[in-house]
Design a protein around this ligand. Structure first.
Ligand code: GCO
Ligand code: MG
Length: 421
């Protein structure tokens, strides 16, 4: 067994100045009811600290322990400017790599170091990435309802507020529509009354989009999320049935286990496919982009290890003719959302950004949290992410262990078999 202490693997090069990492810790807070994990790195320079998103909401305690127990001891005393080296050190020191716990912990470190780099340079992070190639990031927002009518009423309100891209989800028996509540049973004769049926989902989903095209302005872009529940053939059936409604993208038709079948789904229909929030390794994300499986890559940036790997993926996407659509719902912290936008405005491959409306409590905990205006997101001009943390406020919104994990394991088919969320 190797016996090295952290000091044995110090960087073999001189560093520019005396600033060093003084403390590393994970902060967990749930101002909107969803546990968020943010890493705070303090330096020896008074007042100079950075924040990074490490939010894996279903397993937040594991990430917190990983950061506080395993990573802090490796990083204290080091030079905060060596971002690439320190994040590789954090990864390689576990020998086995990847996975959402490891990647989120590393992302927390990575993004906090980028924040510090920006503050030291006096520049927002997007400028460190090469600067803007666009003024702002266009976003999409979620409309949902128990019925098609309710969902379209919601969508009309969002159109009136200025959104141009809207994801439509309607409740299905046995399964919620990601924002839409779960419907009570419609299957009294089945072994599991509260079940979900892929056949019924395939039959009813096109009706939602047919109605949307009749009642929403023609220039509104429509999106939909299937949440990994179909087989490759079912995915082709859905994509073909949705063709007349000109979707902007159709998301997550297949589970990660079947991603190697995506090229055949993509070849069978012109409906653009968006995939990637479940990528937990750069290898998987690269294969999706390189091997023709996606039109939009939408990794959750902290789940692939942070800003450093994500910017490489954005560059690869540009070279392969794929667009980005970084995952950005409520289980992304405001720091993660700021990292998304830094990528959006600085990468040529940008396609669309998933938008989330943070509540007042989140703005209280994270002063500087970005606000969407008329559907557009722009990065802060303050150095780093331009977002602070009020730890006393964070402590007023403690996280619960269960809730999101129960949701994630709550859908069963009408025969009782557990289904993807
Ligand atoms: C999306 C997603 C999310 C996930 C959530 C899981 O496209 O926004 O599918 O809403 O369900 O991030 O925790
Ligand atoms: Mg999704």
């Amino acid at each position: 067994m190797p016996q090295e202490t952290p000091a044995t693997f110090a960087q073999p090069w001189p560093v520019r100045d005396d600033v060093r990492i003084r403390a590393v810790k994970a902060i967990v807070t749930a101002p909107q009811g969803i546990p968020l994990v943010v890493v705070r790195i303090d330096t020896t320079e008074p007042g100079l600290y950075g924040l990074g998103c490490a939010t894996f909401t279903q397993r937040w305690k594991a990430v917190q322990t990983f950061v506080d127990e395993h990573l802090a001891r490796l990083l204290v005393g080091r030079y905060p400017g060596d971002i690439g080296d320190l994040t590789r050190l954090a990864g390689f020191s576990g020998y086995w790599r990847g996975g959402p716990v490891t990647n989120n912990a590393i992302s927390g470190i990575d993004q906090a170091l980028w924040d510090i780099a920006g503050k030291r340079a006096g520049m927002p992070v997007y400028e460190l990435l090469g600067g803007k190639v666009r003024a702002a990031a266009d976003t999409y927002i979620h409309a949902s309802g128990i019925t098609i009518e309710q969902c379209l009423e919601h969508a009309k309100e969002l159109v009136a507020q200025g959104w141009r891209h809207i994801r439509l989800q309607v409740s299905t028996p046995g399964g919620g529509g990601y924002g839409a509540p779960r419907l009570a049973t419609l299957y009294p004769d089945s072994p599991y009354h509260n079940g979900w049926s892929a056949r019924d989902y395939l039959r009813t989903t096109p009706d939602l989009f047919a109605a949307a095209r009749q009642s929403l302005p023609d220039n509104i872009e429509l999106l939909h999320d299937t949440h990994s529940r179909l087989t490759p053939k079912e995915a082709v059936l859905l994509a073909r049935a949705l063709e007349p409604y000109r979707l902007f993208f159709l998301e997550d038709v297949l589970a990660p286990e079947h991603w190697d079948r995506l090229p055949e789904v993509r070849a069978a229909s012109p409906v653009p496919l968006a995939v990637g929030e479940l990528t937990t390794s750069m290898g998987d994300a690269v294969r999706l982009v390189r091997d023709g499986g996606v039109d939009f890559i939408r990794s959750h940036v902290s789940d692939i290890g942070g800003l450093t790997p994500a910017r490489k993926l954005a560059d690869l996407a540009e070279l392969c003719g794929v667009k980005t659509a970084w995952h950005g719902p409520g289980d992304t912290s405001p720091i993660g959302a700021a990292a998304n936008v830094a990528l959006d405005v600085s990468s040529v491959a940008f396609g669309i950004q998933e938008g989330h409306l943070y509540n007042d409590a989140t703005h209280e905990v994270f002063p500087g949290t970005l606000r969407i205006k008329d559907g557009w997101l722009t990065p802060n001009e303050a150095p780093g992410w331009g977002i602070e943390i009020d730890e006393a406020a964070a402590a007023r919104y403690p996280a619960q262990l269960s809730g999101h994990d129960e949701w994630a394991a709550g859908v069963r088919r009408i025969d009782g078999a557990l289904e993807a969320p």
